[in-house]
Design a protein around this ligand. Structure first.
Ligand code: GLN
Length: 447
């Protein structure tokens, strides 16, 4: 039925880069025969889980929505894919995104536009816009996204679904094509909190192939819900309501917080003073790492190669000039600049100092509260084309989400209302490291 839905709807929504109908039906048939044999089936047996196109899938195109990787078929699976396979999941296909996960609207994809299923003239958010649109339109049941500065949460908010950016180190990044390695995390996107918990159960856990993978024991998150919120202390940071957050988003978020108060949660106003500097720190750190990570796309090892070339340097130059889109080039230049000698101290080092400051402000805030509630995005999904010529305006969409990655924290976006334009609004709940159980429990209250 998911394949039928893709056939019927994806021409309009444009969530998929690659549909794997035949393989998906084979995977589903394998589950069927296991059931027929009376075998006990694993947690996601037969459940369609579609995958953002920056997660390596063996033998299946993994393009990062870039011309640079237009023909890249990885020779191996990411760890999360192996875990999904072991859990019996079915992969309907690969999902559109902003090129190399850089963007907030999916408009930086070199492959196609994705439309918001709630209003086809609007963006689905980004960079995991294909993942959010596919879940919201019923073109998959579950999806994986990746989040470096908001790319799971912001599109989830724009499309009215649930998305979790997990604690850094809880989901293996092995096989995730790196954007900013110290910030990137893979996470679940789903229609309900319970579905997200089920998917998170499957993908979290130690992986020795990722050097930053945490040694930690995880509970069964599907059993962490329904415990009530009585006595739960929720901090509301005043700084998150100044940052260009529209009145209707503020209202919906505060009402959602009030709903927890009505159930016995304690609401406190808190302060996270460095919030307004977070966007600058994020774009310095993430671009610095991106400039290094993307150096491997040189036209030699894999991916796009320019045709008419005059020597090796020319091969590098032409392949990179032709293979990368404008936003990716902008980040590479910005990153190379902030890392260059003479500017390193003024930019990168200051960015890293700010990162420490932001992290310690969160740590201090968590001494007085259990979770923090903010908007996910300052505004509802904007119209396609509205912000494409103004990168700074586009970056403003991440203002409420980047702090979480900078501080390695987990955070979830949950639908909490609708704007005057009929578009979904998201509430963001942030917790201390490894507090996903508390996030799922509080979020489940909204269903
Ligand atoms: N929109 C942000 C950016 O463009 C976040 C991207 C992400 O989380 N991958 O960098």
């Amino acid at each position: 039925s998911v394949l039928g839905r893709i056939e019927e709807t994806d021409g309009k929504v444009g969530a998929y880069v690659t549909v794997c109908a035949e393989d998906a039906l084979k995977q589903a048939a394998a589950v069927d025969s296991r059931r027929a044999r009376g075998e006990e089936l694993p947690a996601l047996a037969g459940i369609p889980v579609a995958i953002k196109d920056n997660i390596c899938t063996k033998g299946v195109l993994t393009t990062c929505s870039s011309k640079m990787l237009y023909n890249f078929k990885p020779p191996y699976n990411a760890t999360v894919i192996e875990r999904l396979n072991a859990a019996g999941a079915v992969m309907p296909g690969k999902l559109n995104m902003d090129e190399f996960a850089m963007g907030s609207s999916c408009e930086n994809s070199a492959i196609k536009l994705t439309h918001n299923p709630h209003d086809l003239t609007r963006v689905p958010g980004g960079s995991s816009g294909g993942s959010a649109a596919a879940v919201a339109s019923g073109e998959t049941i579950l999806a994986l996204g990746s989040d470096t500065g908001g790319s799971i949460r912001q599109p989830s908010s724009c499309c009215g679904i649930v998305g979790l950016k997990p604690t850094y180190g809880s989901v293996s990044r092995y096989g995730l094509i790196a954007f900013a390695s110290s910030l990137d995390q893979i996470g679940p996107m789903a229609r309900t909190v319970g579905d997200a918990a089920l998917l998170y159960n499957t993908i979290c856990g130690r992986d020795e192939r990722d050097a930053t993978s945490a040694h930690h024991t995880y509970p069964d998150f599907t059993k962490c819900m329904g415990k009530g919120v009585k006595g739960l202390r929720i901090g509301v940071p005043k700084e998150y309501f100044g940052l260009g957050v529209t009145k209707e988003v503020e209202k919906a978020v505060l009402e959602a917080v009030d709903a927890l108060r009505a159930e016995g949660a304690e609401i406190r106003e808190i302060s996270l003073p460095s919030t307004d500097a977070a966007l600058a720190a994020y774009y310095i750190i993430s671009s610095a790492e991106a400039s290094s990570n993307l150096a491997r796309f040189d036209g030699v090892k894999y991916g796009y190669r320019a045709r008419e070339i005059d020597g090796l340097i020319d091969l590098y130059e032409k392949s990179r000039s032709e293979g990368f889109g404008d936003e990716v080039k902008r980040r590479i230049m910005l990153g190379t600049f902030v890392l260059s000698s003479g500017f390193f101290d003024a930019y990168y080092k200051r960015g890293k100092v700010l990162q420490q400051k932001i992290a310690s402000e969160f740590a201090e805030a968590f001494e007085g509260c259990d979770l923090i509630a903010t908007p996910t995005s300052p505004f509802t999904a904007f119209r396609l084309g509205e912000n494409v010529d103004d990168p700074l305006k586009m970056y403003a969409a991440d203002i409420c989400t980047v702090t979480v990655n900078i501080a390695s924290l987990p955070a979830m976006s949950i639908p909490c209302g609708t704007g005057a334009d009929g578009m979904p609004i998201g509430l963001q709940l942030i917790g201390p490291r490894f507090s996903e159980a508390a996030l799922f429990n509080a979020a489940a209250h909204y269903e």
